[in-house]
Design a protein around this ligand. Structure first.
Ligand code: ACO
Length: 333
């Protein structure tokens, strides 16, 4: 019989370098007033050249393991959601090694800003099936490495950070994941890309190849905005209806932190008071796969999210990809 999962503990880590809106104004033609009014962002974190994605992820993971009180050797799975690995072959194994999770299988999952939600749902399948018992799901990105810092239309939005969630298998009656939905639409994928666009090279006579080299992030902000305010309410509505849960019974709305205006639009659609909408955009901007678990961790540590609280979450972004989940927080025993 299918089992369930418990959301046991969280952790997060952000680089210490802060980049304020005023500092960004020294680089591109923008202002604190414009960025705040259009996005709700006040500052973001930027990794130093020496700070790796694996180190940031391991710091977040280790904080979650400490909260859970788990020996790293008891973890079966380290699932790292990232679009900005240190190594295109994957960074999860480096995180596993840093954590000392020597019995865990570790691999990356790429779904941009939907990555953490997709990874949480993926890990839940291994736990529910009984194949695994403990998982560490990490969402982490270093957007600073791939942003075009001379493009004011996109650079003001992004930052770096990592968040982690420790999950454990439970019996079906205590399942903390009440429902989920995931969607993709590659036909609209060209409004947000980080593509390989290397040069065409000659290998030997008659054989050509393309040398890998990624372009910085390219984004059509208005299209992404329209996509988010249309699809996020739609998928949440679908999930709430399917799960027979009314918006007023939610304790928290935990959305991907892309833009304060998107958060407000979704809350308005469901008449959810803004006090129930978790937001830390002001401090970090959009950390891609990092936003949901960082926000979750801060709300747990601040005592906002407590045992049995019901949370609706939605991630959305490049791909295009988007998803939603409904879960109850358990916390450590
Ligand atoms: N500072 C000052 N002016 C700016 C800036 C800036 N940083 N950026 C754009 N402008 C200007 C534009 O040039 C334009 O000027 P113009 O009218 O003279 O041409 C004007 O401001 C309005 O530009 P818009 O693009 O219409 O501004 P908009 O209100 O749409 O806000 C924004 C732009 C903030 C990017 C918004 O569209 C948005 O948030 N979109 C969603 C983006 C997003 O969330 N992306 C991440 C998705 S998640 C993932 O997977 C990574």
């Amino acid at each position: 019989m299918q089992g369930g999962i418990a959301l046991v503990a969280s952790g997060s880590a952000t680089p210490s370098q802060k980049l304020t809106n005023d500092q960004l104004g020294l680089r591109v033609d923008t202002s604190d007033a414009w960025i705040r009014s259009r996005t709700g962002i006040g500052e973001r974190r930027v990794s130093t050249p020496e700070e790796s994605l694996a180190a940031l992820s391991a710091k977040a993971g280790s904080a979650a393991l400490d909260m859970a009180g788990w020996d790293p050797a008891t973890i079966d799975l380290v699932l790292l959601a990232t679009s900005t690995p240190d190594d295109l072959f994957g960074s999860a194994t480096q995180v596993q090694a840093r954590l000392g999770a020597k019995n865990a299988v570790a691999f990356d999952l790429t779904a941009a800003c939907s990555g953490f939600l997709f990874a949480l749902i993926t890990a839940a399948q291994y736990l529910r099936s009984g194949a695994m018992h403990r998982a560490l799901v990490i969402g982490a990105d270093q957007m600073s490495r791939w942003v075009d810092w001379d493009d004011r239309r996109s650079c003001v939005l992004f930052g770096d950070g990592a968040g982690a969630l420790a999950l454990q298998s439970t019996n079906f009656e205590n399942d903390g994941l009440l429902g989920f939905k995931m969607k993709s639409d590659g036909s609209r994928g060209n409004c947000l890309n980080l593509v390989d666009n290397g040069d065409s090279m000659s290998l030997v006579e008659g054989i050509r190849y393309r040398k890998g080299k990624f372009l910085p992030i390219q984004m059509n902000g208005q299209e992404v905005y329209k996509f988010a305010v249309r699809e996020v309410p739609a998928i949440l509505d679908e999930l709430l209806t399917l799960s027979e849960i009314t918006p007023d019974s939610l304790d928290w709305l935990l959305l991907h932190q892309a833009n304060k205006r998107i958060l407000d639009a979704v809350a308005d659609r469901f008449s959810i008071p803004y006090e129930k909408v978790l937001s830390n955009l002001f401090k970090y901007g959009n950390t891609s796969a990092g936003t949901i678990p960082i926000m979750l961790d801060e709300a747990v540590r601040e005592g906002k999210i407590r045992r049995n609280h019901l949370i609706a979450s939605s991630g959305f972004g490049a791909g295009l990809s988007w998803g939603a989940s409904l879960f109850r927080w358990h916390g450590p025993d």
